[in-house]
Design a protein around this ligand. Structure first.
Ligand code: 2M8
Length: 462
C-alpha cells in the first residue's frame, strides 16, 4: 500500500528532512493519512472516512496512483445505504477509543434503520455529492496511459456508474420531494460548512430537549477551541442527531417533523456539476438513453431552481429555510453556487464575478492572499479564526477555481490557483487559514488540502 503512494520517491525521505516542494509534500500527507485503501481527512481530529473528503482525496490521488484513487471511492461506495445515500462518515473500527464524537454507537444507524449497512458502521447523514467529478477525473487521468490502465479505469466507470446514479436519484427524490431542483439538508453537517452563519437563524429556532450526555473529543486536537464550533452549536448538532435517530432516518418521517429542513444551494450546485460529470460517465459506459435524458433533466432543473434563489441586492444565491419559509440572507462562499452549477448567462456571470472581486470577498483590502473567506468579512457573523465563519478553505478555493475554468474565466481561475498554492507553500496543508494573517488553523496535514493542491499543480506549470 505504501509503495502505491510514492511519487518521485516521496516515501524514501523522512518527512521532515527536506521541504522538497508542494507536490511531494502533498503526496506525503496523503500517504501518512492512509490506514489502508481509504484516507483519514486529518491525522488525529478525523480518524474515520468522510464522504466528500474522500471524493476530493480521490481527485488528488488520481494524479499519483489511479488504482489507489479508485480504492478510495470503492471503499466509500461499499457503505452506500439501500436508499442510495452515501453516508457522511464510514466509521473506522480501528480508530483509537474516544478519538471522535459522535461515534458509531451514538448514530446507531444500523440498529434503527434497515437501510443502513452494519459493517462497517456509518453515520445517518450525507454530504455534498462531488463524487462523480472525482470518478470522471480518475477516468481522465488514465487517458493516454498504457492500455491496461485505460481498461481498468473503464471497468471502474462501469462499476461505479450505477452507484452514482442511485446516489443522485436519492438526492433528487428523497431529498427533493417537492421536485424543486434543490436538495434539502437535515443538519449543518450535511452542508460540509458546519458552523457557517448560513445556519444560524435555523439553528436558533431549534429547541434542545433532553440530550443524553456527551464529551467532545474534537477540542483536544486543535490548538485553540475558538477554531471549532461552540458548545451551544454542538448541543444543537447533537439534538438534531437524536431527532433523526428517533425518526429512524426515514425520509418521510423526517420531512414531517424535523426542525432543520433547508434547501442548500451549495449542495444543490455541486449536484448539478456532478450531474454534468455523470452525464459524461453515462456516455462513456453506453448508458440507456432514458437514464441520460434523466440526468440532463436534473441539470436543467437544478440550474433553473438556483436561479430562483438569486438575491439581486447581495448578488449571490441564498439557501432557503423550508420551516421558516424564508431565505438565509448571509454572504458566504456558498452564494457562488450558480458559478459552480454553470450554464450562466453573461449578466449573472458578471454579477458573480463582481461579488467575488469585491471587498466583501477576495477583494477585501486586509487579506493576506486574494482568496475568498468562507464568510464575508462584512457579515456580522464573520469570525476570522472560527472554522466556516471566516477562514479561507483551500477546498473551497478549488471549487471556485474549477468552476471558473468551466465557465471560461481562465485568468481569474489562474489567480485563484496561484494564490492557493502560494498559501499552501507558506502555511502547509492546514484545514483552513486565517484570512488576514495567513495563519494555518484547525487540523494540520489535512488530506483534502493536500489533494486539491495536487489537482491544482497538475493543471499548471507550478
Ligand atoms: C468537518 O465536519 C466534521 C463533521 O462532519 C467535524 O467538524 O467534526 C467539515 O469541515 C466537513 O466539511 C468535513 O467533511 C469534515 C472532515 O474533514 O470536517
Amino acid at each position: 500500500m505504501r509503495r502505491e503512494l510514492d511519487p518521485e520517491g516521496a516515501t524514501a525521505r523522512p518527512a521532515r528532512e527536506k521541504p522538497a516542494g508542494v507536490r511531494p509534500q502533498a503526496a506525503g500527507v496523503l500517504r501518512r493519512n492512509d490506514p489502508e485503501h481509504w484516507t483519514k481527512p486529518g491525522p488525529s481530529l478525523y480518524p474515520h472516512q468522510w464522504s466528500w473528503d474522500s471524493a476530493f482525496i480521490a481527485l488528488g490521488l488520481a494524479h499519483l496512483d489511479n488504482h489507489r484513487a479508485k480504492r478510495e471511492l470503492e471503499s466509500l461506495f461499499a457503505s452506500q445505504w439501500a436508499t442510495g445515500k452515501l453516508p457522511h462518515i464510514v466509521f473506522n473500527p480501528d480508530a483509537p477509543p474516544q478519538s471522535y464524537f459522535p461515534d458509531a454507537e451514538r448514530w446507531s444507524s444500523a440498529a434503527v434503520s434497515s437501510d443502513a449497512p452494519s459493517s462497517p458502521h456509518t453515520s445517518g447523514l450525507c454530504q455534498p455529492p462531488i463524487h462523480a467529478v472525482a470518478v470522471l477525473r480518475i477516468w481522465e487521468t488514465a487517458q493516454g496511459k498504457d492500455e491496461r490502465r485505460v481498461e481498468l479505469a473503464r471497468d471502474f466507470l462501469r462499476d461505479t456508474y450505477p452507484r452514482l446514479l442511485a446516489w443522485h436519484l436519492y438526492l433528487t427524490t428523497a431529498r427533493d420531494p417537492e421536485g424543486s431542483g434543490l436538495v434539502t439538508i437535515y443538519h449543518p453537517w450535511e452542508s460540509g460548512t458546519d458552523n457557517s452563519p448560513r445556519w444560524d437563524a435555523t439553528l436558533e429556532a431549534v429547541e434542545v430537549g433532553d440530550l443524553p450526555p456527551y464529551t467532545r473529543y474534537d477540542l483536544k486536537h486543535v490548538a485553540d477551541p475558538s477554531h471549532r464550533p461552540t458548545d451551544e452549536e454542538y448541543n444543537r448538532y447533537l439534538w438534531l442527531l437524536e431527532l433523526l435517530k428517533k425518526a429512524r432516518y426515514d425520509e418521510a418521517t423526517i420531512y414531517e417533523s424535523h426542525p432543520f429542513l433547508v434547501k442548500d444551494v451549495l449542495f444543490s450546485a455541486i449536484l448539478v456539476a456532478a450531474n454534468e460529470a455523470l452525464s459524461k460517465i453515462a456516455a462513456a459506459v453506453g448508458a440507456p438513453d432514458e437514464e441520460r435524458a434523466l440526468i440532463e433533466g436534473w441539470i436543467e432543473r437544478g440550474r433553473k431552481s438556483l436561479d430562483e434563489r438569486w438575491d439581486p441586492d447581495l448578488k449571490l444565491c441564498l439557501d432557503y429555510d423550508l420551516r421558516a419559509g424564508k431565505p438565509a440572507r448571509v454572504r458566504t462562499v456558498a452564494g457562488f453556487a450558480p458559478l459552480i452549477a454553470g450554464g450562466l448567462d453573461s449578466k449573472r456571470l458578471q454579477d458573480l464575478l463582481e461579488t467575488l472581486d469585491s471587498p466583501a470577498f477576495a477583494g477585501h483590502p486586509r487579506l493576506r492572499w486574494p482568496l475568498p473567506p468562507s464568510t464575508s468579512p462584512e457579515e456580522p457573523g464573520f469570525h476570522p479564526r472560527s472554522y466556516w465563519r471566516g477562514p479561507i478553505w483551500p477546498v473551497a478555493n478549488w471549487l471556485l477555481w474549477w468552476s471558473l475554468l468551466r465557465v471560461g474565466e481562465s485568468e481569474r481561475a489562474e489567480r485563484i490557483r496561484r494564490a492557493t498554492l502560494d498559501q499552501l507553500a507558506d502555511g502547509g496543508f492546514a484545514e483552513y487559514f486565517e484570512p488576514f494573517t495567513g495563519e494555518p488553523l484547525g487540523s494540520p496535514d489535512q488530506s483534502w488540502t493536500a489533494a486539491v493542491a495536487l489537482d491544482l499543480l497538475a493543471a499548471g506549470s507550478g
